[in-house]
Design a protein around this ligand. Structure first.
Ligand code: HSE
Length: 337
Protein backbone atom coordinates (compact mmCIF):
# COMPACT_ATOMS: atom_id res chain seq x y z
CA UNK A 1 0.00 0.00 0.00
CA UNK A 2 1.51 3.33 -1.09
CA UNK A 3 1.29 6.21 1.35
CA UNK A 4 2.10 9.90 1.10
CA UNK A 5 2.57 11.90 4.31
CA UNK A 6 1.90 15.64 4.12
CA UNK A 7 3.26 17.43 7.19
CA UNK A 8 6.01 15.71 9.10
CA UNK A 9 5.93 16.79 12.74
CA UNK A 10 5.55 14.76 15.94
CA UNK A 11 2.59 12.76 14.59
CA UNK A 12 3.93 12.09 11.07
CA UNK A 13 7.25 10.93 12.50
CA UNK A 14 5.47 8.86 15.16
CA UNK A 15 3.52 7.14 12.38
CA UNK A 16 6.72 6.31 10.47
CA UNK A 17 8.36 4.92 13.63
CA UNK A 18 5.31 2.77 14.27
CA UNK A 19 5.34 1.37 10.73
CA UNK A 20 9.02 0.61 11.06
CA UNK A 21 8.73 -1.05 14.48
CA UNK A 22 5.70 -3.12 13.50
CA UNK A 23 6.64 -3.91 9.89
CA UNK A 24 6.93 -7.69 10.30
CA UNK A 25 3.81 -7.92 12.42
CA UNK A 26 1.78 -5.79 9.99
CA UNK A 27 2.63 -8.15 7.15
CA UNK A 28 2.11 -11.34 9.18
CA UNK A 29 -1.02 -10.35 11.05
CA UNK A 30 -2.82 -8.03 8.62
CA UNK A 31 -1.13 -8.68 5.27
CA UNK A 32 -0.32 -4.97 5.21
CA UNK A 33 2.89 -3.89 3.53
CA UNK A 34 2.98 -0.08 3.65
CA UNK A 35 5.45 1.90 1.54
CA UNK A 36 6.01 5.58 2.19
CA UNK A 37 6.37 6.96 -1.33
CA UNK A 38 6.34 10.68 -0.50
CA UNK A 39 6.77 12.96 2.51
CA UNK A 40 6.61 16.72 2.75
CA UNK A 41 7.67 19.09 5.51
CA UNK A 42 8.14 22.85 5.63
CA UNK A 43 11.44 22.56 3.72
CA UNK A 44 10.17 20.54 0.73
CA UNK A 45 9.63 16.89 -0.13
CA UNK A 46 11.22 13.47 -0.44
CA UNK A 47 9.89 11.02 -3.01
CA UNK A 48 10.63 7.43 -3.99
CA UNK A 49 8.16 5.17 -5.74
CA UNK A 50 10.01 2.13 -4.35
CA UNK A 51 9.45 3.42 -0.81
CA UNK A 52 11.59 5.79 1.26
CA UNK A 53 14.03 4.41 3.81
CA UNK A 54 12.16 5.21 7.04
CA UNK A 55 15.25 5.12 9.26
CA UNK A 56 17.02 7.60 7.00
CA UNK A 57 14.00 9.90 7.02
CA UNK A 58 13.75 9.80 10.82
CA UNK A 59 17.47 10.44 11.18
CA UNK A 60 17.26 13.54 8.96
CA UNK A 61 14.48 14.89 11.22
CA UNK A 62 16.47 14.09 14.37
CA UNK A 63 19.24 16.23 12.90
CA UNK A 64 16.68 19.05 12.50
CA UNK A 65 16.89 19.01 8.72
CA UNK A 66 14.20 18.79 6.04
CA UNK A 67 13.23 15.61 4.19
CA UNK A 68 14.21 17.60 1.08
CA UNK A 69 17.83 17.17 2.24
CA UNK A 70 17.77 13.39 1.74
CA UNK A 71 20.34 12.64 -0.92
CA UNK A 72 18.85 11.58 -4.24
CA UNK A 73 15.27 11.70 -2.92
CA UNK A 74 14.82 15.33 -1.90
CA UNK A 75 12.71 17.64 -4.11
CA UNK A 76 11.67 21.27 -3.92
CA UNK A 77 7.98 20.48 -4.12
CA UNK A 78 4.86 21.50 -2.24
CA UNK A 79 2.31 19.22 -0.62
CA UNK A 80 -0.17 19.87 -3.43
CA UNK A 81 2.39 18.97 -6.09
CA UNK A 82 3.34 15.75 -4.32
CA UNK A 83 -0.31 14.71 -3.85
CA UNK A 84 -0.92 15.30 -7.55
CA UNK A 85 2.22 13.67 -8.91
CA UNK A 86 2.80 10.65 -6.70
CA UNK A 87 0.86 7.43 -7.25
CA UNK A 88 -0.55 6.36 -3.89
CA UNK A 89 -3.61 4.79 -2.31
CA UNK A 90 -3.53 6.93 0.83
CA UNK A 91 -2.62 10.49 1.77
CA UNK A 92 -1.97 11.17 5.46
CA UNK A 93 -2.63 14.86 6.14
CA UNK A 94 -0.78 15.96 9.28
CA UNK A 95 -0.04 19.64 8.81
CA UNK A 96 -0.72 21.96 11.77
CA UNK A 97 -4.32 22.87 12.56
CA UNK A 98 -5.52 26.25 11.32
CA UNK A 99 -9.01 27.11 12.46
CA UNK A 100 -9.20 30.45 10.62
CA UNK A 101 -9.48 29.00 7.12
CA UNK A 102 -8.34 25.37 7.49
CA UNK A 103 -5.35 25.86 5.21
CA UNK A 104 -3.19 24.30 3.99
CA UNK A 105 -5.03 21.19 5.19
CA UNK A 106 -8.31 21.79 3.32
CA UNK A 107 -6.56 22.19 -0.04
CA UNK A 108 -4.46 19.07 0.58
CA UNK A 109 -7.52 17.00 1.49
CA UNK A 110 -9.57 18.30 -1.46
CA UNK A 111 -6.73 17.67 -3.90
CA UNK A 112 -6.24 14.12 -2.60
CA UNK A 113 -9.96 13.25 -2.69
CA UNK A 114 -10.39 14.71 -6.17
CA UNK A 115 -7.44 12.63 -7.38
CA UNK A 116 -9.22 9.57 -5.94
CA UNK A 117 -6.81 9.01 -3.07
CA UNK A 118 -8.10 7.94 0.32
CA UNK A 119 -7.30 10.43 3.08
CA UNK A 120 -6.43 10.00 6.73
CA UNK A 121 -6.27 13.29 8.56
CA UNK A 122 -5.36 14.23 12.11
CA UNK A 123 -5.75 17.88 11.20
CA UNK A 124 -8.79 19.30 12.98
CA UNK A 125 -9.06 22.60 11.09
CA UNK A 126 -10.54 21.27 7.84
CA UNK A 127 -13.05 19.10 9.71
CA UNK A 128 -14.06 21.87 12.10
CA UNK A 129 -14.79 24.20 9.20
CA UNK A 130 -16.09 21.98 6.41
CA UNK A 131 -17.01 18.53 7.71
CA UNK A 132 -20.15 17.88 5.59
CA UNK A 133 -18.57 19.19 2.37
CA UNK A 134 -15.42 17.10 2.77
CA UNK A 135 -17.37 13.93 3.56
CA UNK A 136 -19.51 14.56 0.50
CA UNK A 137 -16.43 15.08 -1.65
CA UNK A 138 -15.02 11.75 -0.46
CA UNK A 139 -18.33 9.98 -1.23
CA UNK A 140 -18.55 11.60 -4.65
CA UNK A 141 -15.06 10.41 -5.55
CA UNK A 142 -15.59 6.92 -4.17
CA UNK A 143 -12.77 7.13 -1.61
CA UNK A 144 -12.58 7.24 2.18
CA UNK A 145 -11.90 10.18 4.48
CA UNK A 146 -10.84 8.90 7.90
CA UNK A 147 -10.01 10.98 10.98
CA UNK A 148 -9.80 8.73 14.07
CA UNK A 149 -6.80 10.56 15.46
CA UNK A 150 -8.45 13.97 15.26
CA UNK A 151 -10.36 13.38 18.53
CA UNK A 152 -8.78 11.69 21.56
CA UNK A 153 -5.35 10.94 20.05
CA UNK A 154 -5.11 7.14 20.11
CA UNK A 155 -8.28 6.64 22.17
CA UNK A 156 -11.09 5.35 19.93
CA UNK A 157 -13.68 7.91 21.04
CA UNK A 158 -15.22 8.38 17.60
CA UNK A 159 -15.33 4.64 16.92
CA UNK A 160 -16.97 3.96 20.28
CA UNK A 161 -19.68 6.51 19.65
CA UNK A 162 -20.20 5.45 16.04
CA UNK A 163 -20.06 1.69 16.26
CA UNK A 164 -20.91 0.75 19.80
CA UNK A 165 -23.77 3.21 20.13
CA UNK A 166 -24.96 2.81 16.55
CA UNK A 167 -28.29 1.24 17.48
CA UNK A 168 -28.88 3.81 20.21
CA UNK A 169 -29.47 7.56 20.05
CA UNK A 170 -26.81 9.82 21.53
CA UNK A 171 -28.64 12.63 23.30
CA UNK A 172 -25.70 14.56 24.72
CA UNK A 173 -21.93 14.44 24.97
CA UNK A 174 -19.63 15.98 27.64
CA UNK A 175 -15.94 15.68 27.78
CA UNK A 176 -12.38 16.76 28.41
CA UNK A 177 -11.11 16.90 24.86
CA UNK A 178 -7.83 18.76 25.15
CA UNK A 179 -4.78 17.09 26.67
CA UNK A 180 -2.68 20.23 26.97
CA UNK A 181 -5.18 22.21 29.05
CA UNK A 182 -5.96 19.16 31.18
CA UNK A 183 -2.25 18.74 31.82
CA UNK A 184 -1.87 22.44 32.76
CA UNK A 185 -4.94 22.41 35.04
CA UNK A 186 -3.74 19.19 36.70
CA UNK A 187 -0.29 20.71 37.32
CA UNK A 188 -1.89 23.85 38.74
CA UNK A 189 -4.10 21.72 41.01
CA UNK A 190 -1.66 19.10 42.24
CA UNK A 191 1.77 20.77 42.05
CA UNK A 192 0.79 24.43 42.42
CA UNK A 193 2.45 25.27 39.08
CA UNK A 194 1.61 28.52 37.33
CA UNK A 195 -0.26 28.53 34.03
CA UNK A 196 2.89 29.33 32.00
CA UNK A 197 5.01 26.67 33.76
CA UNK A 198 2.33 24.08 32.98
CA UNK A 199 2.16 25.18 29.34
CA UNK A 200 5.96 25.00 28.94
CA UNK A 201 5.90 21.40 30.24
CA UNK A 202 3.03 20.45 27.89
CA UNK A 203 4.97 21.88 24.94
CA UNK A 204 8.11 20.00 25.96
CA UNK A 205 6.12 16.75 26.09
CA UNK A 206 4.74 17.29 22.57
CA UNK A 207 1.07 17.66 23.62
CA UNK A 208 0.52 21.26 22.56
CA UNK A 209 -0.40 22.46 19.09
CA UNK A 210 2.24 24.29 17.01
CA UNK A 211 0.23 27.38 18.00
CA UNK A 212 -0.59 26.71 21.69
CA UNK A 213 -3.31 29.37 21.70
CA UNK A 214 -5.46 26.73 20.00
CA UNK A 215 -5.20 24.66 23.17
CA UNK A 216 -5.36 27.24 25.95
CA UNK A 217 -8.04 29.39 24.33
CA UNK A 218 -10.34 26.41 23.83
CA UNK A 219 -10.30 26.22 20.01
CA UNK A 220 -8.79 22.73 19.82
CA UNK A 221 -11.48 21.32 22.13
CA UNK A 222 -14.12 23.20 20.13
CA UNK A 223 -12.85 21.74 16.85
CA UNK A 224 -13.05 18.23 18.33
CA UNK A 225 -16.54 18.93 19.61
CA UNK A 226 -17.61 19.93 16.09
CA UNK A 227 -16.22 16.65 14.73
CA UNK A 228 -18.15 14.68 17.37
CA UNK A 229 -21.35 16.63 16.63
CA UNK A 230 -21.13 16.06 12.87
CA UNK A 231 -19.93 12.47 12.88
CA UNK A 232 -21.98 11.04 15.74
CA UNK A 233 -25.07 13.19 15.92
CA UNK A 234 -25.46 14.48 12.36
CA UNK A 235 -25.36 18.10 13.57
CA UNK A 236 -23.88 20.11 10.67
CA UNK A 237 -22.02 22.50 12.99
CA UNK A 238 -18.82 24.42 12.37
CA UNK A 239 -16.51 25.94 14.94
CA UNK A 240 -18.41 29.23 14.63
CA UNK A 241 -21.38 27.52 16.31
CA UNK A 242 -19.43 26.80 19.52
CA UNK A 243 -19.43 29.13 22.54
CA UNK A 244 -15.76 29.11 23.51
CA UNK A 245 -13.89 30.20 26.64
CA UNK A 246 -10.35 28.99 27.34
CA UNK A 247 -8.36 28.58 30.56
CA UNK A 248 -6.16 31.70 30.54
CA UNK A 249 -8.21 33.34 33.28
CA UNK A 250 -8.27 30.31 35.60
CA UNK A 251 -6.37 31.29 38.76
CA UNK A 252 -5.00 29.39 41.76
CA UNK A 253 -7.82 31.03 43.70
CA UNK A 254 -10.46 29.39 41.43
CA UNK A 255 -8.71 26.05 41.82
CA UNK A 256 -8.55 26.34 45.63
CA UNK A 257 -12.22 27.37 45.74
CA UNK A 258 -13.15 24.23 43.76
CA UNK A 259 -10.88 22.09 45.98
CA UNK A 260 -12.83 23.13 49.05
CA UNK A 261 -15.90 21.56 47.42
CA UNK A 262 -14.01 18.36 46.54
CA UNK A 263 -14.02 19.50 42.92
CA UNK A 264 -11.48 20.77 40.46
CA UNK A 265 -11.52 22.96 37.36
CA UNK A 266 -11.60 21.25 33.98
CA UNK A 267 -12.09 22.56 30.45
CA UNK A 268 -15.43 20.93 29.60
CA UNK A 269 -16.72 20.57 26.06
CA UNK A 270 -20.38 19.81 25.76
CA UNK A 271 -23.11 19.11 23.21
CA UNK A 272 -26.49 19.45 24.84
CA UNK A 273 -28.84 21.49 22.69
CA UNK A 274 -25.97 23.86 21.98
CA UNK A 275 -22.20 23.44 21.69
CA UNK A 276 -19.88 24.94 24.30
CA UNK A 277 -16.35 24.79 25.67
CA UNK A 278 -15.60 26.41 29.02
CA UNK A 279 -13.76 25.89 32.31
CA UNK A 280 -16.14 24.41 34.88
CA UNK A 281 -15.94 22.88 38.33
CA UNK A 282 -16.12 19.09 38.18
CA UNK A 283 -16.55 16.77 41.19
CA UNK A 284 -13.43 14.67 41.73
CA UNK A 285 -15.69 11.63 42.09
CA UNK A 286 -17.09 12.10 38.55
CA UNK A 287 -15.67 9.31 36.32
CA UNK A 288 -15.01 12.01 33.72
CA UNK A 289 -12.58 13.72 36.12
CA UNK A 290 -9.23 12.51 34.76
CA UNK A 291 -5.77 14.03 35.19
CA UNK A 292 -2.65 14.82 33.16
CA UNK A 293 -2.98 14.73 29.38
CA UNK A 294 -5.83 12.21 29.57
CA UNK A 295 -9.09 12.85 27.72
CA UNK A 296 -12.48 11.59 28.83
CA UNK A 297 -15.84 11.63 27.09
CA UNK A 298 -19.22 10.89 28.59
CA UNK A 299 -21.88 9.72 26.14
CA UNK A 300 -25.46 10.10 27.30
CA UNK A 301 -27.63 7.91 25.12
CA UNK A 302 -31.35 7.22 25.14
CA UNK A 303 -31.34 3.52 25.93
CA UNK A 304 -27.86 2.48 27.08
CA UNK A 305 -27.57 5.38 29.55
CA UNK A 306 -24.17 6.86 30.31
CA UNK A 307 -20.73 5.58 29.36
CA UNK A 308 -17.37 7.22 29.88
CA UNK A 309 -14.40 6.48 27.69
CA UNK A 310 -10.96 7.54 28.93
CA UNK A 311 -7.53 7.52 27.33
CA UNK A 312 -4.47 9.48 26.30
CA UNK A 313 -5.65 12.36 24.16
CA UNK A 314 -2.37 13.59 22.73
CA UNK A 315 1.13 12.46 21.83
CA UNK A 316 2.92 11.37 18.66
CA UNK A 317 2.86 7.59 19.13
CA UNK A 318 -0.70 7.53 20.48
CA UNK A 319 -2.06 9.56 17.57
CA UNK A 320 0.02 7.51 15.13
CA UNK A 321 -1.77 4.40 16.41
CA UNK A 322 -5.07 5.99 15.34
CA UNK A 323 -3.65 6.62 11.85
CA UNK A 324 -2.71 2.96 11.65
CA UNK A 325 -6.25 2.02 12.71
CA UNK A 326 -7.63 4.11 9.84
CA UNK A 327 -5.08 2.65 7.45
CA UNK A 328 -6.18 -0.89 8.25
CA UNK A 329 -9.78 0.04 7.60
CA UNK A 330 -8.92 1.55 4.25
CA UNK A 331 -6.85 -1.49 3.43
CA UNK A 332 -9.78 -3.75 4.26
CA UNK A 333 -11.95 -1.78 1.87
CA UNK A 334 -9.33 -1.90 -0.90
CA UNK A 335 -7.97 -5.40 -0.53
CA UNK A 336 -4.48 -4.43 -1.66
CA UNK A 337 -1.20 -4.88 0.19
N1 HSE B 1 -2.99 19.75 21.28
C1 HSE B 1 -3.90 18.65 21.35
C2 HSE B 1 -4.21 18.35 22.79
C3 HSE B 1 -3.26 17.47 20.67
O1 HSE B 1 -3.50 18.86 23.67
O2 HSE B 1 -5.18 17.64 23.09
C4 HSE B 1 -4.20 16.34 20.38
O3 HSE B 1 -5.25 16.72 19.53
Amino acid sequence: MRIVIIGFGVVGQGFCSLLHERRKELIAKYGLNPKIVGITDTGGAAMDEAGLDILKVLEIKRNKKSVADIEGKGRKKTGLEVIEEVEAEVVVEATPTNIQNGEPGISHIEKALKSKKNVITVNKGPLALAFPALMELARYNGVMLKFSGSVGGGTPILEFGKRCLDADKILAVRGILNGTTNFILTEMDTNGLSFSEGLADAQRLGYAEANPSLDVDGFDAAAKLVILANFLMGIPATIKDVQIKGIRDVTQKDIQKAKAKDSTIKLIASINGNLSVKPLELKRSDPMCVNGALNSVKFISQFAGEQVIIGKGAGGTETASAILRDLLEIRNSLRVI
